[in-house]
Design a binder for this molecule. Structure first.
Ligand SMILES: [Zn+2]
Length: 215
């Protein structure tokens, strides 16, 4: 079920672009808020020599924001366009409490795909495991983050100011050129939290060690 990545609302509509042909069915979907009209302007960007549509595909009826853009970064200053699959260099995910420690997974692009480092911090026993993954797997992680979890439309901070302890999480994305995208939460989780955890589940220290035992 699609949800708004900002507010979590399920009251979301598909955006229909171009000149619509009005019929009873379309009118019904418009009335129900299942479809909104996006207008006739089809914006495209040049990505590696191909023209790619860059408009959002969904609209949230509650917070009124659009989401579901393709995984393309458009520079506000220069208008330059880049595909996230080409520019993400590393992903770092950490979840845990201040006192009980937590899982850390870091995935960095290299020539053969990416290298995964999993650990447990800050406990007494600092164990780290490393594993190489193929380029296809690395690209799939980025695809899931940007296409299914709508990472581009996330807020940067999800914080409950009234709870001091509890669970903190952090997702840091590094892009080429030293650019960073940091997401952080304290006792508040983004709408796609379960899906996010699933992305990193198989790379945690626990599952990596289980895999090694199996080999
Ligand atoms: Zn919303």
């Amino acid at each position: 079920m699609k949800r708004c990545p900002r507010c979590g609302s399920k009251n979301v509509a598909e955006i229909l672009y171009g000149m619509p042909v009005y019929d009873d069915e379309l009118q019904k979907k418009l009335d129900e808020g299942k479809i909104v009209l996006g207008g006739c302007c089809i914006c495209t960007a040049d990505i590696n020599g191909k023209q790619v549509k860059v408009m959002p595909s969904m609209h949230c009826n509650d917070c009124k924001k659009d989401f579901g853009k393709p995984p393309i970064l458009i520079s506000r200053k220069s208008g330059e366009t880049e595909d996230y699959r080409d520019i993400v260099t590393s992903i770092y995910f950490c979840v845990g409490g201040f006192f009980q420690g937590g899982d850390v997974v870091s995935i960095s692009r290299n020539r053969d795909g990416a290298v995964v480092t999993a650990g447990w911090l800050p406990g007494d026993i600092k164990k780290f495991e490393k594993r190489q993954i193929a380029t296809s797997e690395w690209k799939q992680i980025i695809d899931v983050l940007y296409k299914r979890l709508y990472l581009q439309d996330w807020k940067r901070r999800y914080v409950d100011p009234y709870t001091l302890d509890g669970t903190q999480w952090e997702l840091k994305i590094r892009l080429t050129g030293g650019r960073r995208r940091n997401y952080y939460g304290s006792n508040i989780f983004p709408p796609y939290w379960n899906e996010l955890k699933k992305v990193f589940q198989k790379y945690t220290i626990e599952s990596m060690l289980t895999d090694i035992e199996k080999d």
